[in-house]
Write a protein that binds this ligand. Structure first.
Ligand code: ASP
Length: 447
């Protein structure tokens, strides 16, 4: 992976360009929002919004286009390079164990802040109902029927459903977990077959290289596309809802900050023996893309590229750990769900006992594992947690209005959690070289 474009180039590094895109997008979006009001549905402003939405959509589609071939080729090569099946078993066990640990720590942080801040108490309910908050339930929640499933079934389902009934269908429908399972199986069989699989292995190696080059190419438009995406989001942001639910939003953000800056940072520092600031700089493009797109799946190609090209993690580790993490390890989502459910309970005047909070602790962790890595997925699986403690699904309507903006933050933390895991796991495998100093990296992804 590290072979593509390791030359230093002139000009601003990628993360700065993206940051400028975000800042300008926020400024322009807010300006339009304040001047013309949110949700303009006609006229020139509407046309601008549509053009910007398409601009952002093209970028997200290009990234998503790469996911399946990238995940397939990079996991295959990671496993072939690992050597033997026992090494893979050990790596898999460590990865899943670490993911469970960080998800649990995230929920614990969520429960801590929500019990300290009590955002649902003393909220202006009249302001909420004046805004129509609390009436809509996202259709997907009912359709998915997640509310009826028990947590145990959800987790068993997630693992059993990893086995595709039809490998081609798994690729065609873009089911990442199933593609991962099939690819692991294929790679193990390739190593059993030995020499006879050499031609195929070298073809997949070629595909892997081509996909890396594809990421580099797409990253060139990232700052501009992100500018468009962010402008369109801020043009539509409802400030009245944000103000009414401000204490709740703040509680989520404080919880996410504790998890990101204290818990995960400490794990990177202590277990990963890696400077967290350097890691942060290395994966900044991925974090900002996650924040802008609210999709860890769409961000995955960039996360993989940043970890190997800029953070010095051996691709044989990160190419296995990251695709799995993007789909099952969602610290931000887990934390968010625990805060949201308790907020809803407080708002409805329902007292949650300690036992119920334990149920939330478990179900929020599982719901996050089951959530898809796409925008708004956490909101859908929240039905699991609400049902587990006997709260009405309608509660989701209460927080719907500001979900997108919070989704952006929790997705960034989901990706940060994956990046931290890749570093810690790579350290235990002695498969990481921390860049010397300054901005990590090989500005290979920069335009
Ligand atoms: N949007 C999140 C992600 O892609 C999932 C969620 O809705 O919490 O990671």
């Amino acid at each position: 992976m590290a072979e593509t474009g390791t030359k230093k180039r002139k000009g601003l590094d990628l993360q700065w360009k993206i940051l400028i895109g975000i800042v300008l997008g926020i400024a322009l979006g807010l300006f339009i929002n304040v001047t013309y009001g949110p949700g303009v549905e006609s006229g020139p402003i509407y046309i601008i919004k549509i053009i910007f939405k398409y601009g952002g959509d093209i970028f997200i589609r290009l990234l998503r286009m790469l996911i399946i071939p990238l995940v397939f080729a990079s996991i295959f090569m990671a496993i072939v390079n690992l050597g033997d099946v026992r090494a893979l078993g050990k790596l898999g066990g460590k990865t899943v164990g670490f993911y469970f640990l960080t998800t649990a720590l995230a929920v614990a942080a969520g429960l801590l802040v929500v019990n300290l801040f009590n955002p649902g108490l003393g909220i202006d309910k009249e302001a909420l109902s004046a805004l129509g908050i609390g009436t809509e339930v996202p259709g997907k929640v009912g359709n998915a029927g997640v509310g009826e499933k028990s947590p145990v079934i959800i987790i068993i389902d997630t693992f059993v459903n990893m086995i595709p009934k039809n490998a081609a269908a798994a690729f065609a429908s873009g089911n990442i977990l199933q593609v991962i399972f099939f690819t692991i199986f294929l790679a193990i069989m390739a190593s059993i077959v030995g020499k006879a699989s050499d031609t195929m292995t070298s073809a997949i190696h070629g595909l892997d290289r081509i996909m890396q080059a594809g990421i580099m190419a797409i990253m060139k438009i990232a700052p501009y596309a992100i500018f468009m995406l962010v402008t369109a989001i801020f043009m539509d942001l409802g400030f009245a809802a944000l103000a009414a639910l401000g204490k709740y939003a703040l509680t989520v953000l404080v919880g996410l900050a504790i998890h990101a800056f204290i818990t995960l940072t400490a794990l990177v520092w202590i277990l990963g023996k890696y400077n967290p600031i350097k890691l942060f700089k290395a994966v900044a493009p991925a974090l900002m893309t996650a924040w802008s797109t609210a999709s860890s799946a769409a961000t995955l190609p960039i996360t993989m590229s940043n970890l190997t090209e800029r953070a010095g993690v051996d691709p044989k580790i990160s190419n296995f750990v990251l695709p799995l993490g993007a789909t099952v390890n969602m610290d931000g989502t887990a934390l968010y769900e625990s805060v949201a459910v308790i907020f809803i309970a407080q708002l409805l005047g329902i007292d949650l006992t300690f036992g119920m909070q334990i149920v939330i602790f478990i179900t929020a962790s599982l719901a996050a594992i089951g959530a898809a890595a796409i925008p708004g997925a956490g909101l859908v699986t929240m039905g699991i947690v609400l049902t587990a403690v006997g709260l009405p699904l309608d509660g989701i309507g209460l927080i719907l209005a500001i979900d997108r903006i919070l989704d952006q933050f929790r997705t960034a933390i989901n990706v940060w959690g994956d990046a931290c895991a890749a570093v810690v796991i790579a350290r235990t495998e002695d498969a990481i070289t921390e860049p010397e100093s300054g901005t990590p990296g090989l500005e290979s992804a920069a335009a």
